[in-house]
Design a protein around this ligand. Structure first.
Ligand code: ATP
Length: 274
């Protein structure tokens, strides 16, 4: 990335990705010319088959990986490396096993606001533990928690540093369907309450429809008659359903089946097609 030419376009969105590409193998980029924007307070999901490059894009947004080409601007500045302005939740909870829930989250809060008193840090920790319904488990260690509870701690930790942007890489992928549904509802409530800006990877079409304001459909790189074509964002779908939707009521909403069929058709017929 060349900062000398990295000037965000006028009237730019909160997050702007321009011409992003990534090659692990020279001359065969996983994806190229990826561009999209995310507005402040918007929830954007990306969906696509395994290997199209979703996690790589998220890692670039997190500052954990460098793109081969292109630019990412957040709040008018080009991103450079990881920052506590961006919170990340991975599929595996990534908690420190020797620390309690309270101390796992306090560690993040202290890193974000080193000047805060212990009492203020603890108040912040308790507020976010409470938001994910884990008050009773605050002094337990990760080994004493279920998978769903551990993921809730990861979510509480990511929200507790009040990041400008939350990056979620299939955070519910390892959970059973029931727990997954409950935490989806909880996440949705917290996002609405905190007006958090979110970029999330999912493989679950209903999860994307429930949570996202917009859904990016990503196509894998493939060999075509004209040669290799890198992966890219094939289409951006605006979710037409009312924002105050619930998991239980989703399939009763006008437009739900049309939206679902459109995304499934993309995954079946276009996501990997030449
Ligand atoms: N460090 C790396 N070195 C070499 N190749 C890599 C590396 N990281 C990712 N890749 C390759 O880049 C491609 C995209 O990987 P990525 O993990 O971003 O895909 P994904 O869409 O997130 O897949 P999944 O849905 O399975 O998580 C894959 O073909 C993968 O093998």
């Amino acid at each position: 990335m060349n900062p000398a030419i990295a000037v965000p376009a006028a009237g730019s969105a909160f997050l702007r990705i321009e011409g992003l590409s990534k090659s692990f193998v020279p001359g065969q980029p996983v994806f190229a010319d990826v561009g999209f924007t995310i507005e402040r307070g918007e929830f954007v999901c990306i969906i696509g088959h395994s290997g199209c490059g979703k996690t790589t894009i998220l890692n670039v947004l997190a500052g954990l990986d460098a793109a081969t080409g292109g630019h990412v601007f957040m709040d008018g500045r080009e991103l450079a490396g990881p920052s506590l302005e961006r919170g990340v939740v991975f599929q595996s909870h990534a908690l420190m096993p020797w620390l309690t829930v309270r101390r796992n989250i306090a560690f993040a809060v202290q890193s974000r606001w080193p000047e805060w008193t212990a009492a203020k840090v603890d108040e912040q920790v308790r507020r976010f533990v409470s938001l994910v319904g884990l008050d009773g488990a605050i002094d337990k260690k990760p080994s004493q928690l279920s998978g769903g509870m551990k993921q809730r701690v990861g979510i509480a930790r990511a929200f507790s540093i009040q990041p400008k942007m939350l990056l979620l890489d299939e955070p519910f992928g390892a959970l059973d369907a029931l727990t997954r549904g409950t935490i989806q509802d909880e996440l949705m409530a917290i996002v609405r309450q905190t007006r958090q800006t979110v970029f999330m990877i999912t493989h679950d079409v209903d999860e994307a429809i429930l949570l996202a304001d917009r859904i990016l459909l990503m196509r894998n790189g493939s060999e075509t008659a004209a040669g290799y074509r890198p992966g890219n964002i094939a289409e951006t779908v605006v979710n037409p359903l009312p924002r105050e939707r619930t998991r239980a009521g989703l399939h009763h909403l006008d437009g739900y089946y049309a939206l679902r069929n459109h995304i499934v058709d993309f995954l079946v017929t276009r996501a990997r097609a030449a």
